[in-house]
Design a protein around this ligand. Structure first.
Ligand code: SIN
Length: 485
């Protein structure tokens, strides 16, 4: 059991049509570090999703008519409450997701920062006045909320991926029906409790919980309803494509933040120590379970051995264990399928000729704990280069020159983020421009920030979250041509 300072934050019910809703059946939420059941939460049925959409439809005109300044004040209050309850929120997050407590605290701060960012952006959702083409004419562009929106969020950032969408939705004046990941509903429900305290009306945020088998039926209702005008999804490319197809019939606005398969390039003019530290962040945040994780590490011949030796030493120093234990830097993987995929990728790489210079096996703690691993001799045909591994495994490839590095980095259908290390200014611009990615980290292993546009190109997604562009997908432009007569 999780023991919270404020026990009201631990909810077992979904939140539908203004009420906490127990559901006819429940699903267990498990602590991946121990296997213990943390709570039994409601399983929502498709008609619960319909009721949520109806309540959101009812709330939509009120939200649209509300003042931006009032919505901003609510979002700031919500962020204050997150800060006040950060210890409880982080403990819930670590308990259901597994990441170390220090990282969970970092995620709560990151999540609250999206609410603050969008509180400010709410006031800046400007329209336009266009110089007329005839006398007596006024041409206006109004920015209006898109209407009822749905969000489907992942388990790897159970709070931040919600506030990144909810902050934008509320700032724009859109009611949101949220379907959090089945592995991590407790963080979402705690946010709904705080949303109430902050003054977010019931219909403006509803939370549909369920087990893995409920995801598709609930997703179908959210994507097929003509009343829902926008879907925002963060998760796998495979599921994103299904949702995109389902949204086609009602021509919804769709924002997708999908898989990354990020390249991380280290050129021979790089500061190798800095590259090692950057790679550690890009690879090991959340035990490698991020869409922006460095998935293909490409190192130029001249610095390959020095990089591998220093990186492996830093990986070896990481402490694996339950996220609530002091000093732990690598928690368990979230579930058995995630763990099995990591094992499969390592076995496949070794079968095809890669060598483990560190790890290469499950951790002695058992369950879904996996030893931080460094493999060398990795090649593009291995599964770990073709798919995201989503685990604490770094596969290192060699390259000879800039052209080879760029063509290898771009040889993927994904394009979320790319990282590279170089001290040559000319190369920094050349490579940043040549990489096919929505985001590029130059001499840094972390690009995520509420102030910057997060999103990918190619099959990594559609749209941008955060930044001054973050409201675009939650608003429509209405052009008004006025003749003064
Ligand atoms: C993700 O992994 O989907 C998001 C990570 C981030 O915001 O940094």
């Amino acid at each position: 059991m999780v023991s919270l300072r404020d026990p009201e934050l631990l909810r077992h019910q979904a939140f539908v049509a203004g009420e906490w809703h127990g559901g006819a059946q429940q699903v267990a939420v498990t602590n991946p570090a121990t296997g213990e059941t943390l709570a039994e939460v409601a399983r929502c049925a498709p008609d619960d999703a319909e009721r949520a959409i109806a309540a959101a439809t009812d709330a939509a005109p009120r939200l649209k008519a509300s003042l931006a300044g009032d919505r901003a004040a609510v979002l700031h209050r919500f962020a204050d409450l997150m800060a006040e309850h950060a210890a409880d929120l982080a403990l819930l997050l670590t308990s259901e997701q597994g990441k170390p407590l220090a990282e969970a605290r970092g995620e709560i701060a990151y999540a609250a920062a999206f609410l603050r960012w969008f509180a400010e952006e709410a006031r800046r959702a400007y329209g336009e006045v266009i110089p007329p083409t005839k006398s007596g004419q006024r041409l206006l562009v109004l920015r209006e909320p898109v209407g009822v929106a749905a969000a489907i969020t992942p388990w790897n950032f159970p709070s931040a991926m919600i506030t990144r969408k909810l902050g934008a939705a509320y700032a724009a004046g859109c009611p949101l029906v949220l379907k959090p990941a089945e592995a991590t509903p407790l963080s979402a429900l705690a946010l709904r409790v705080l949303a109430t305290r902050a003054g977010i009306e019931p219909g403006a945020l509803q939370v549909l919980t369920g087990d893995a088998s409920d995801a598709a039926p609930l997703g179908k209702v959210l994507t097929r309803s003509p009343l829902v005008r926008k879907l925002s999804f963060t998760g796998s490319t495979e599921v994103g494509k299904i949702l995109l197809r389902q949204c086609a019939d009602t021509v919804k606005k769709v924002s997708l933040e999908l898989g990354g398969n990020a390249p991380f390039l280290v050129f021979d003019d790089a500061d190798v120590d800095a590259a090692v530290e950057g790679c550690l962040v890009a690879k090991m945040r959340n035990a490698g379970q991020t869409c922006v994780a460095a998935n293909r590490i490409l190192v130029q011949d001249a610095v390959h051995d020095a990089f591998v030796e220093r990186f492996a030493a830093r990986m070896a120093a990481m402490k694996v264990g339950p996220g609530t234990e002091p000093g732990v830097t690598v928690g368990p993987l979230v579930d058995a399928p995630t763990f099995d995929k990591v094992r499969e990728h390592v076995a496949d790489a070794q079968d095809l000729g890669a060598t483990a210079v560190l790890g290469g096996e499950p951790h002695a703690l058992g369950r879904t704990f996996y030893t931080p691993t460094v493999l060398t001799g990795v090649t593009g045909d291995m599964k770990m280069c073709r798919e995201e591994t989503f685990g604490p495994v770094a596969g290192v490839q060699r390259f000879k020159d800039e052209d080879e590095a760029i063509s290898t980095a771009n040889a993927t259908r994904a394009g979320l983020v790319a990282y590279f290390y170089s001290r040559d200014v000319g190369r920094a611009f050349r490579v940043a421009e040549a990489l096919e990615a929505g985001m590029v980290g130059v001499n840094t292993g972390l690009v995520s920030s509420p102030v910057a546009p997060f999103g990918g190109v190619k099959e990594s997604g559609l749209g941008r979250e955060g930044s001054r562009h973050g409201l675009d997908d939650w608003t429509e432009l209405k052009y008004v041509a006025l003749s003064l007569g």
